[in-house]
Ligand binder design. Structure first.
Ligand SMILES: C[S@@+](CC[C@H](N)C(=O)[O-])C[C@H]1O[C@@H](n2cnc3c(N)ncnc32)[C@H](O)[C@@H]1O
Length: 388
């Protein structure tokens, strides 16, 4: 059937010659054809390729390499036989040091483009001590006897015997799972046992992330609010710097794990961040009340001096809601540390928080080598706030 003209689609599978000029979020190379952006996976900026257009829309097109005509000096042989078909990794064909440069550039660009933040003080990216064999857990899927990951751009499974970005302990568990007849479903395989709550995936980078936050946090503070605290990974490393710590997470199993070895200074609350943080703001403005967060802090709940209050936020990829951004601006803690797994939503949120806070530093971390994921820590200081 003939499509109506101007609907932005073309069924023709044309082959075109392209020069890759950039690498977009998600890991695809970017080229331009007649002013239109063309996205081509598994390419590197500077490369010349012949590529088959697989999808064409008004604003952009997608293509697959048919012939690599000029290869980048950063191109390496991917060690994994599933690379290209598996939906997990995007960068195994790129030398690790260059992956770090790409991720740094992407963070700087998105802060400028979406966050309207020019000249943010970027710290060097923190690499992963292990570019492979770093994942302490993976989730595989089983369907009709196939056990593995989703294929790239598809909901079909690819059968995976061994995953080179997973730790050997995890691969042993995969081999064990594969040796049984298992029902269809999802299986999370972990290098070690522990409570089934959120935990960072790359131990080496998680430790560097925690150390960075300890380093960025001023000493002799009154109150830390660790929003999205999980089992208290950051809060527990900061006990020595605060008189009181409040961790909030809606996962009650994570909160139970955080409470297990908590000191008297620490209070962990199972609840929604938006509601609970608004109450911290109310304490700050009007003094303790007997309800909500204040009731749970007990009669010793201080009227917080926002000049000695710090907030850490570590939200999921969607970032902070508009309401939460406003609550944080109203609360105006002297220090705000934003841990992000999505630089685009970080940039959107910083654009708004910037009205009340100055961005002191931005540090990318490579929590997920070989993939297009980027972790970022932004350190903010309330404008005109004095710190120790
Ligand atoms: C990226 S994890 C961070 C966990 C912790 N900071 C750590 O490093 O282990 C995000 C956490 O936010 C929690 N979460 C997500 N949305 C929430 C909400 N609206 N209210 C409370 N907790 C939320 C999840 O349960 C999860 O533990």
């Amino acid at each position: 059937m003939r499509r109506p003209e101007g609907d932005g689609y073309s069924s023709a599978l044309r082959t075109v010659d392209l020069k890759i000029t950039d690498i977009a979020f998600g890991g695809k190379g970017v080229a331009r054809k007649n002013g239109k952006a063309v996205f081509i996976p598994f390419t590197i900026e500077g490369e010349l390729v012949s590529a088959k257009i697989t999808r064409e829309k008004k604003q952009f097109a997608e293509a697959e390499v048919v012939d690599l005509r000029q290869r980048s000096p950063y191109r390496v042989d991917p060690p994994c036989s599933y690379f290209g078909k598996c939906g997990g990794c995007a960068y195994q064909h790129i030398d690790y040091a260059h992956q770090l440069e790409i991720k740094t550039r992407q963070v700087r660009d998105v802060l400028k483009r979406i966050g309207k933040l020019d000249d943010v003080p970027m710290r060097p990216i923190i690499p992963s001590p292990l570019p492979y064999a770093y994942r302490n857990r993976v989730t595989v899927h089983a369907e009709n006897g196939v056990i593995g990951y989703f294929q790239r751009d598809s909901h079909r499974l690819i059968d995976v015997e061994h995953c080179p970005i997973a730790m050997e302990e995890v691969n042993r568990k995969l081999a064990d799972l594969r040796s049984h007849d298992v029902p269809d479903g999802h299986y999370t395989l972990r290098a070690r046992s522990g409570p089934r709550v959120f935990s960072q995936t790359n131990d080496g980078v998680a430790n560097a992330l925690r150390d960075l936050i300890v380093q960025l946090m001023p000493s002799n503070q009154e109150l830390l609010v660790d929003a999205f605290c999980g089992a208290g990974f950051f809060a527990k490393a900061l006990v020595g710097k605060f008189q009181r710590i409040v961790g909030i997470d809606w996962d009650r199993f994570a909160i139970a794990a955080a409470k297990e070895n908590a000191t008297e200074k620490e209070t962990y609350i199972a609840g929604d961040i938006e509601a609970e943080l608004a109450q911290v703001g109310a304490v700050h403005r009007t003094g303790p009340s007997q309800t909500g967060i204040c009731g749970r802090l007990g009669s010793s709940a201080p009227t917080f001096d926002s000049a000695k209050t710090a907030v850490i936020v570590d939200p999921p990829a969607v970032g902070l809601s508009a309401r939460l951004r406003k609550t944080i601006v109203d609360l105006a803690p002297a220090t705000l540390i934003y841990v992000s797994c999505n630089p685009a939503t970080l940039a959107r949120d910083l654009a708004e928080l910037h009205s009340r806070f100055k961005v002191e530093s931005v540090t990318p971390l490579d929590m997920f080598p070989q993939t297009a994921e980027i972790e970022v820590v932004a350190q903010l200081q309330r404008s005109n706030a004095s710190t120790n």
